[in-house]
Ligand binder design. Structure first.
Ligand SMILES: Cc1cc2nc3c(=O)[nH]c(=O)nc-3n(C[C@H](O)[C@H](O)[C@H](O)COP(=O)(O)OP(=O)(O)OC[C@H]3O[C@@H](n4cnc5c(N)ncnc54)[C@H](O)[C@@H]3O)c2cc1C
Length: 287
């Protein structure tokens, strides 16, 4: 690797001030699990690496009443997977983090790095879209919140500006009658990225009928996919096996998946139907 300057700021303001002056020649590094591979393969050649590792203010995981879960961008995926507060408030999220790669990757990789990398074949993004999470971004200019639905723009592309750092992930509290599940289908090794990931979040009414359904597919297109016309089929109905089949069929018919080494578009369509059905059933069964 060519000579690269490494900056190790100890405060967010220091990091942002460097980024505001030199964002064109700087790459942010958090856990480095994705970035080091890009460097080694000479896909990027930044003059400077800006390490976020010393920014303690981006590390915490807590719950704030009225806001929800607040997960610092620098929390590792393993910390998020094992966090008691995430397990208690949003078990689906802890389970999803536990499905990322292998334990060595999860110990080093960060929540913020996973989202900022925006690899389409990742696990957390579709779940976070289904939970209507928001990303908090800071620059020397301002701070803003970006709904995760608008965060992913394309292959390895996010809504973050070059001088912005993703600082925090906010996951709003679920209503009491909400059930959720994430199912991951891998077509190669068990530690691989998903061929298809599917998140289902079901909000029920007191009488057991469905108030709203969010069904979001990951790893099947450039960005997480939600098919509103299929989700709408759940409105006001009890999610019986017949209704679930109807929704899964409509979802798989409407979606236009990509082809890659993990599966062709045709293959993915078949898997999407099965995963949509499984995600809804698992959400309702509560496992
Ligand atoms: C063997 C292996 C298996 C994997 N399997 C899976 C899997 O099954 N599922 C899955 O979802 N993922 C998987 N991954 C991907 C892994 O989750 C990501 O590599 C990781 O989450 C990236 O986090 P990081 O902290 O290491 O980011 P880094 O490598 O440090 O950075 C990644 C990118 O994000 C930018 N960045 C980092 N932090 C920030 C920030 N706070 N603000 C703005 N930009 C930032 C960097 O500039 C860089 O472009 C796998 C990776 C490996 C190596």
């Amino acid at each position: 690797m060519p000579n690269i300057k490494l900056l190790q700021p100890t405060s967010l303001d220091e990091a942002l001030s460097h980024l505001s002056a030199k964002s064109d020649e700087t790459k942010i590094i958090s856990g480095g699990t994705a970035l080091v591979i890009m460097l080694k393969n000479r896909l990027i050649a930044p003059a400077t690496l800006l390490s976020l590792a010393g920014l303690q203010e981006l590390r915490g995981i807590r719950h704030e009443p009225g806001i929800g879960l607040r997960i610092g961008a620098l929390a590792t995926i393993r910390e998020a997977e094992t966090s008691l507060v995430i397990r208690e408030r949003q078990p689906i999220l802890a389970q999803t983090f536990g499905k990322v790669g292998n334990i060595r990757v999860r110990h080093a990789a960060t929540v913020g790095g996973n989202l900022s990398e925006a690899d389409y074949a990742s696990d957390p993004p579709c779940v976070l879209v289904a939970l209507r999470a928001r990303a908090k971004a800071r620059s020397a200019r301002a701070e803003r919140e970006i709904p995760l639905m608008d965060f992913f723009k394309g292959f390895y592309e996010t809504a973050l500006a070059p001088d912005e750092i993703l600082t925090e992930l906010i996951v709003p509290d679920a209503l009491p009658e909400t059930r959720a599940a994430y199912v991951k289908y891998v077509s190669r090794s068990s530690e691989d990225r998903p061929c298809v990931g599917m998140a289902a979040v079901v909000e029920n009414q007191a009488d057991g009928s469905c108030k709203s359904l969010r069904l979001v597919a990951g790893a099947v297109a450039e960005t997480p996919q939600e098919i509103a016309s299929a989700e709408a089929l759940a409105g006001g109905k009890r999610l019986t096996d017949t209704v679930i089949d109807e929704i899964a069929d409509a979802y798989s018919s409407a979606i236009e998946p990509l082809s890659d080494l993990r599966g062709s578009a045709w293959y993915r369509k078949q898997i999407i139907r099965v995963m949509a059905r499984r995600a809804m059933q698992q959400a309702l069964d509560g496992h």
